[in-house]
Write a protein that binds this ligand. Structure first.
Ligand code: NAD
Ligand code: UGA
Length: 381
């Protein structure tokens, strides 16, 4: 069993990973600036929580790393709205502070599992060549492999890409330390994980969450679901339980299979456009959660109006997961509808609890069968 130092453990992925690692018998020292999503884990055996910022020079980062067998680094600003609003904060946290963690691992000879992102691949050749390819729908243009795919990003003025650049540069530094034999790292490139505890509803904080939470709040409030630039962008959604199954194999690292490796972690079979995602979520909501009220309209909004200046989208991204299959024996199991139901259920319950109506049953999360009295979706996209 390993002694795991998990930085950013109080976030969406961190909360699920911590629970899984404890279930598997590992020791976890969790560090985060808050414990909201891991409150239920705080009393568990082999669990320690340090409420600290990794950027606080008063925090004993050296000591925390010294006590670990393996360090998992999840700390980042991870939502596109922040990349546009505060690009320098994204650079400082996602590159500078994470580099300090990596270099402490170098000095102490500790293994590091670094969370990067599928965003490092950037855009597809189809987006760049715009119409010059005879078969733009061919999925091979958007299927990204860890060790061979080129990375394409937009101009500096599109500052959304600072996140992808910071993550990519950090990967390149880890690789360079690895070349010198000074760091044993594993890099994780998640492809749109989704599940209970993802983000928060936008009105609950001043934050800018990922698309699931915007759509969820629209469903709960009956306000429009907004499609940025037509919702034609495509993503491959991956259920958090499948994802942490993969990452816990990296922690265990049987036979050193993950030493100095980069892994895509994603569900290639779950590709959907954002427009299809909106329609599917509205349909599931109507069938399982609606009390018969009006369902939201699905409307178009341009990116500048939604995010402000400096946004540019990643058009399509499909993970090649052959490496995770071969080296880790892992493959994802959960379909998009099957992951949306429990994820939506989580937020429906949270809203009802917040309104003091927690006693009402929500959906049966084990089945997508429509109840006999289900309401049909009112509008088409
Ligand atoms: P998240 O925002 O839920 O989690 C990040 C956590 O880091 C938060 O709990 C936050 O409080 C913590 N944190 C921020 N600043 C900190 C600081 N100074 N000190 C200590 N903790 C701090 O995001 P997530 O979805 O769980 O993502 C985790 C990692 O995975 C990130 O590195 C992200 O870039 C990467 N990632 C996630 C996805 C995904 O699908 N969720 C996709 C690609 C990459
Ligand atoms: C995000 C972040 O960049 C990273 O955390 C991470 O690398 C990645 O998710 C991931 O999860 O793998 P992205 O998929 O662009 O990237 O994030 P979302 O905010 O969830 O946006 C998805 C798509 O929905 C984008 O095309 C966005 O423009 C669109 N969108 C977003 C809408 O159409 N409507 C909304 O209300 C919000």
């Amino acid at each position: 069993m390993a002694n795991v130092l998990s930085l950013g453990a109080g976030g969406f992925i961190g909360a699920h990973l911590t629970e899984r690692l404890l279930d598997l018998g590992h020791e976890v020292t969790a560090v985060d600036i808050h414990s909201d999503k891991i409150r239920d884990l705080l009393g568990r055996p082999r669990m320690r929580f340090l409420e600290n910022s990794i950027a606080d020079r008063g925090f004993d980062l050296e000591g925390a790393i010294a006590g670990a067998d393996v360090v998992v680094d999840l700390v980042a600003h991870a939502n596109p709205g922040i990349y546009v609003r505060n690009p320098l904060d994204v650079f400082r946290l996602n590159f500078t502070e994470n580099l300090r963690i990596a270099e402490t691992c170098v000095r102490q000879g500790k293994r590091l599992i670094q969370f990067s992102s599928c965003e490092v691949y950037g855009k597809t050749p189809v987006a760049v060549l715009n119409g010059a390819l005879p078969d733009p729908e061919n999925p091979s243009y958007a299927t990204f492999s860890e060790d061979s795919t080129d990375m394409i990003m937009g101009p500096v003025g599109r500052h959304r890409w600072i996140y992808a650049c910071a993550k990519q540069l950090l990967e390149r530094v880890l690789h360079a330390y690895g070349l010198e034999g000074r760091l044993n790292y594993t890099i994780v490139r998640p492809f749109n994980f989704i599940g209970p505890k993802i983000d928060y509803l936008p009105s609950d904080t001043d934050g800018v969450p990922r698309v699931f939470s915007y759509f969820m709040e629209a469903l709960l409030d009956g306000t429009p679901m907004k499609l940025v630039d037509g919702g034609n962008q495509r993503r491959c959604y991956t259920y958090i339980s499948d994802a942490v199954d993969c990452v816990s194999r990296m922690v265990e690292n049987r036979g050193g299979a993950c030493d100095r490796q980069i892994f895509n972690v994603g569900s290639p079979e779950n590709e959907t456009s954002i427009r299809e995602l909106a329609v599917l979520m509205r349909d599931i909501y109507a069938r399982h959660f609606s009390d018969g009220g009006k369902l939201p309209e699905i409307v178009d909004v341009d990116a500048k109006a939604f995010y402000g200046e400096g946004y540019e989208d990643s058009d399509r991204r499909i993970p090649d997961i052959d490496k995770a299959r071969r080296l880790l024996g892992w493959s994802p199991k959960t379909t998009l509808p099957d992951m949306l139901l429990p994820t939506m259920d989580y937020y429906v319950r949270a809203r009802r609890e917040a309104r003091g109506d927690g006693s009402r049953d929500t959906a049966r999360v084990d089945s997508l069968a429509a109840p006999a009295d289900s309401a049909p979706a009112e509008q088409d996209a």
